[in-house]
Ligand binder design. Sequence first.
Ligand SMILES: [Mn+2]
Length: 195
Amino acid sequence: MRNAAINRKTRETDIELSFNIDGTGKFEIDTGVGFLDHMLELFTRHGRFDLAVKCKGDLEVDAHHTVEDIGIVLGSAIKESLGDMKGIKRYGSFYLPMDETLCLVALDISGRSYLHFEAEFLTPMLGSMASELVKEFFFALSRSADINIHIKQIHGENAHHVAEAIFKGFARALDEATIIDERIKGEIPSTKGVI
Ligand SMILES: [Mn+2]
């Protein structure tokens, strides 16, 4: 089974998360940040993962620690559930259109974290969550998952659509990259023999 369950508690957040790469799109998500719940739900559904997240964060400050720490824990869960990475496709990319918006997400499960993030939010807030936290989420996730992620908004203007296109595009790209390719026959997809 390619899955992981991680609990992480700090003075800022208390997170219980379980993740299954080979899921069916089932989710049970309560982060206390409505917009983040929405994004994680559609990430789960579009990637055909299963995801449960419960978070008690210091929302009396703002949503920053909650969004960032869930990015850290989800990234760790992705990495742990991939295990030795044998047989995975490794690369994935998706152009995700959402009404007037188009975003590209391309990623490499390389063992080396990197984030390129090029998207503009025309409103400062997405519900109770600052728009700038979308980048923080993916920065945290890329570091703890050791994944190279490039996110680029091609065009579009509605901030809700831009965020949604990024999360859905990430889900589709991650699904593609983590699929077991039968032709690879359990090899690690690197000429170095290690990721
Ligand atoms: Mn929406």
